[in-house]
Design a protein around this ligand. Structure first.
Ligand code: AGP
Length: 636
C-alpha cells in the first residue's frame, strides 16, 4: 500500500526522504511526492510525479527535486524538514493532483496519508461550505483543511490542531503533517495503519514500514491507535495518547538487516527470497522439538501459545482466516490439523468471513494468518472473532504489526523481511509453522502418537537440505517455463494438499506474469474445465503428481489431459519411472525429492514459484512490483 517517510533534523532531509521512499517502493505505487520546508522562502515546496513506464518512481522524483531547495545556485542551506509519500490509488485516479502530499488553502500545511478516511465525503462538504478549496479527488485532502481550521482555533498550536483534526476522522490512517511555521518539527498520527518512529543523532524519522528507517536506527517505536507523536529536529520525539497524555513508548529492536532489504546480487527480490527458503525453514523448525526423556514423551515446544493444554483439548472447532497466499497456507494447515488433531477446521477468506455472521464462540480457536500483520480484511476478521468470544491466534512475520496487538496470542514465522509483493518464503514458513502446530494439537489432544510426531519431525528436519539440492539445478523449471510463456491460459491440477499447492502456484503465476491461470482439484476437471483443453488453444496443464495416496488417480488425470492434446508439465517424485516413461511422449517433468505427502507442499511450492517467476521474466514483467498490487493491503 502507500508508503510514508517523514524526517526533521540537522542533515539534509531530501536524501533521507528519497532514500526512505526508495526502500518502500516494493509496496507498490502509482505516484509519489515530497513536501520540503524551504528555509529560503519559509514556504513548503511540494513536488509530485506520476509513475512512468520503465522508470523507478524515486528516480523520477529525485530528478525533480531542486538541488538546493527552490533557489537554484545557492548551496549554502539544506532542507531540515520534509515528508514523502508513494501512493497506491484508492480515492481518485493516479495523477499529479491526487498524489500526496496534499496542502491546505494557505499553502502552509502539507499532509501525507496511508489508509482511508471513511467519512471524507461529509467532511469535504462541511469544509467546502466553509469556503475551503479542494484540488484533488482524494479522501486525504480533508485532513489538510481540517488541520488548517483547527490551527486557527487552537491559537497556532500545531499539535492540538492535529489532535482535533484526527478526532474528526473515521477509518484508517497513518499521517505525517508539516507546517511552514514549524520548520523544526513534524506531527504524525495513526489509526489502523502502520507507523514506525525512530531517532538518530541527526534527527527524528517516521515511516510506514521499517525498511525506510533501519538505515538510520534499529530501535523503533510502533505508535498506538489514535496516538500522535511530535518529531523534533534535535533528534527527539514525544508520544501522546488520544487525550494528550505524554508517555514513554516501548522501543523495539528491529532484527532484520539493511542487507535483507537489498537484493544481495539477485536480479530481483523474489528470486532472492525463493533462495532464502532453506534458511527460513531451518529457522522455523529450530527449537520446536523436545526429545523424549525419562519423564516426558517427545513433544513440540509452543511456549508462545497462551492457551493451556486443557484449553487446547477442549477446543471444539478451529477457524482459519486469511487472504491470498496466507489463505492457501491456511488450507494446507487445515488438512493437517483435521488429520492429526481430529478437530473440525474451516478456512475462510477473511473478506467473506467478516460479512456473513459466522458461527464462532468461546470454544472456537480462530487462527488469523497474515505475513504483514496489517491486512485490513484479516484484522476485521480478528475483531469479529474477539467480539464473539473466540481465542484468536495470530500468525505473522512482522513484529509490532497490528495483528500482534489485536490477537490474544501471536506466533511469528521466521521468514525475515519479505520485500517482493509476491509472497514466497513467508508462505513456506507459514506452511511449516502450521504443520508444526497441527502436530502439536494432535499430540496435546492425544490423537497423534509421540513416535509418529517424532518421525514426521525428522522428515521435516531433512527438508532444508532437499530444498537446497532442488535449488541447485533449476534447468527443468526454466525449460518448462520457456515452453509455457506464451500460453493463453494455464490449468493447475492436484489432489489433497497437492490441489492447494496448485492454488498457490496459479496465484503466483497470475500475479506476477499476468498470464491467466486457474487451479482445480484434479477430480473436478472432467466436470467442466476439461472443455478448455484443445490442441489449438495453447492451454498447458501443470499437474502435481508426487507420491501420495491419490497418485494413481493423478496419473489417470494426466492421461486425460494428454489425450486431449494439452502440453503437460508434471511435478513428480525423483525416481518415478512411470512418469519418466510419459516424459518420452513429450511432457515436461520437474522432479522433487521424495517426501511424505503431508510435507509435499513445502517442496512442491518452490518449483511453482520459480516457474511463475521465469515466465514473468520472459514476459518482461516487473517481478517484484506487479501492476495494481501492493505488499500490504491495509484497506478493506
Ligand atoms: C501474495 O503473493 C499476495 N501478494 C497476496 O495474496 C497476499 O498473500 C495477501 O494480500 C495477504 O497478505 P498478508 O499475508 O500480509 O495478510
Amino acid at each position: 500500500m502507500c508508503g510514508i517517510v517523514a524526517f526533521t533534523g540537522t542533515v539534509d532531509a531530501r536524501s533521507i526522504l528519497l532514500g526512505g521512499l526508495a526502500r518502500l517502493e516494493y509496496r507498490g505505487y502509482d505516484s509519489a511526492g515530497l513536501a520540503l520546508l524551504n528555509p529560503k522562502t519559509g514556504l513548503i515546496d511540494i513536488i509530485k510525479k506520476v509513475k512512468q513506464p520503465g522508470r523507478g518512481m524515486v528516480e523520477v522524483l529525485r530528478e525533480a527535486v531542486p538541488e538546493n531547495s527552490a533557489s537554484a545556485g545557492d548551496d549554502s542551506f539544506f532542507v531540515a524538514t520534509g515528508i514523502g509519500h508513494t501512493r497506491w490509488a484508492t480515492h481518485g485516479v493516479p495523477s499529479v493532483a491526487n498524489a500526496h502530499p496534499h496542502g491546505d488553502c494557505t499553502g502552509e500545511i502539507a499532509v501525507v496519508h496511508n489508509g482511508i478516511v471513511e467519512n471524507h465525503t461529509a467532511l469535504r462538504e462541511e469544509l467546502l461550505a466553509r469556503g475551503h478549496e479542494f484540488r484533488s479527488q482524494t479522501d486525504t485532502e480533508v485532513v489538510a483543511h481540517l488541520v488548517e481550521e483547527y490551527y486557527v482555533a487552537c491559537n497556532e498550536d500545531l499539535v492540538e490542531a492535529v489532535r482535533a483534526a484526527v478526532a474528526r476522522l473515521s477509518g484508517s490512517f497513518a499521517l505525517a503533517i508539516a507546517h511552514a511555521k514549524h520548520p523544526k518539527e513534524l506531527v504524525v498520527a495513526r489509526n489502523d495503519s502502520p507507523l514506525v518512529l525512530g531517532v538518530t543523532d541527526y534527527g527524528a524519522i517516521a515511516a510506514s514500514d521499517t525498511p525506510a528507517i533501519i538505515e538510520h536506527t534499529r530501535d523503533v517505536v510502533y505508535l498506538g491507535d489514535r496516538h500522535l507523536a511530535i518529531l523534533r529536529a534535535d533528534g527527539s520525539y514525544e508520544c501522546q495518547d488520544p487525550a494528550g497524555i505524554v508517555y514513554v513508548p516501548t522501543t523495539v529492536r528491529v532484527e532484520h538487516s539493511l542487507e535483507d532489504a537489498e537484493r544481495g546480487g539477485f536480479p530481483d527480490f523474489m528470486l532472492k527470497e525463493i533462495y532464502e527458503q532453506p534458511r527460513v525453514l531451518r529457522d522455523t523448525i529450530a527449537g520446536r522439538f523436545c526429545a523424549a526423556n525419562k519423564c516426558e514423551q517427545a513433544h513440540l515446544n509452543f511456549d508462545e501459545l497462551s492457551l493451556t493444554q486443557e484449553e487446547l483439548r477442549t477446543i471444539e472447532r478451529v477457524v482459519i482466516v486469511a487472504c491470498g497466499t496466507s489463505y492457501h497456507a491456511g488450507l494446507i494447515g487445515a488438512e493437517l490439523m483435521e488429520a492429526w488433531a481430529r478437530v473440525p477446521v474451516s478456512v475462510e477468506v477473511a473478506s467473506e468471513f467478516c460479512y456473513r455472521n459466522p458461527i464462532v464462540n468461546s470454544h472456537t480457536l480462530v487462527v488469523a494468518i497474515s505475513q504483514s500483520g496489517e491486512t485490513a480484511d484479516t484484522l476485521e476478521a480478528v475483531r469479529l472473532a474477539r467480539r464473539a468470544g473466540a481465542h484468536v491466534l495470530g500468525i505473522t512475520n512482522v513484529v509490532g504489526s497490528r495483528i500482534t496487538l489485536e490477537a490474544n496470542t501471536t506466533i511469528f514465522i521466521k521468514a525475515h523481511l519479505e520485500i517482493s509483493v509476491a509472497a514466497t518464503k513467508s508462505f513456506l514458513a507459514q506452511v511449516a509453522l502450521l504443520t508444526l502446530l497441527a502436530m502439536h494439537l494432535g499430540c496435546v489432544r492425544n490423537q497423534l502418537a509421540a513416535d509418529k510426531m517424532a518421525a514426521i519431525f525428522s522428515e521435516l528436519l531433512a527438508l532444508p537440505e532437499k530444498l537446497e539440492s532442488m535449488l541447485a539445478d533449476v534447468n527443468s523449471i526454466k525449460e518448462a517455463a520457456e515452453k509455457c510463456k506464451d500460453a493463453s491460459t494455464m490449468l493447475f491440477i492436484g489432489r489433497g494438499v497437492g490441489a492447494t499447492t496448485c492454488y498457490e502456484g496459479a496465484l503466483k503465476l497470475k500475479e506476477i506474469s499476468y498470464l491467466h491461470a486457474e487451479a482445480f482439484a484434479a477430480g473436478e476437471i472432467k466436470h467442466g474445465p476439461l472443455a478448455l483443453i484443445d490442441p489449438s488453444a495453447n492451454t498447458p496443464v501443470v499437474a502435481l503428481a508426487t507420491q501420495s495416496a491419490t497418485y494413481e488417480k493423478m496419473l489417470a488425470n494426466i492421461e486425460e489431459v494428454i489425450a486431449r492434446g494439452a502440453h503437460v508439465v508434471v511435478l513428480a517424485t525423483e525416481g518415478d519411472e512411470r512418469i519418466a516413461k510419459l516424459a518420452l511422449q513429450g511432457i515436461d517433468v520437474i522432479y522433487i525429492p521424495k517426501v511424505p505427502e503431508c510435507l509435499s507442499p513445502i517442496l512442491a511450492s518452490v518449483p511453482l514459484q520459480l516457474f511463475a517467476r521465469y515466465i514473468a521474466v520472459a514476459r518482461n514483467c516487473d517481478v517484484d512490483q506487479p501492476r495494481n498490487l501492493a505488499k500490504s493491503v491495509t484497506v478493506v
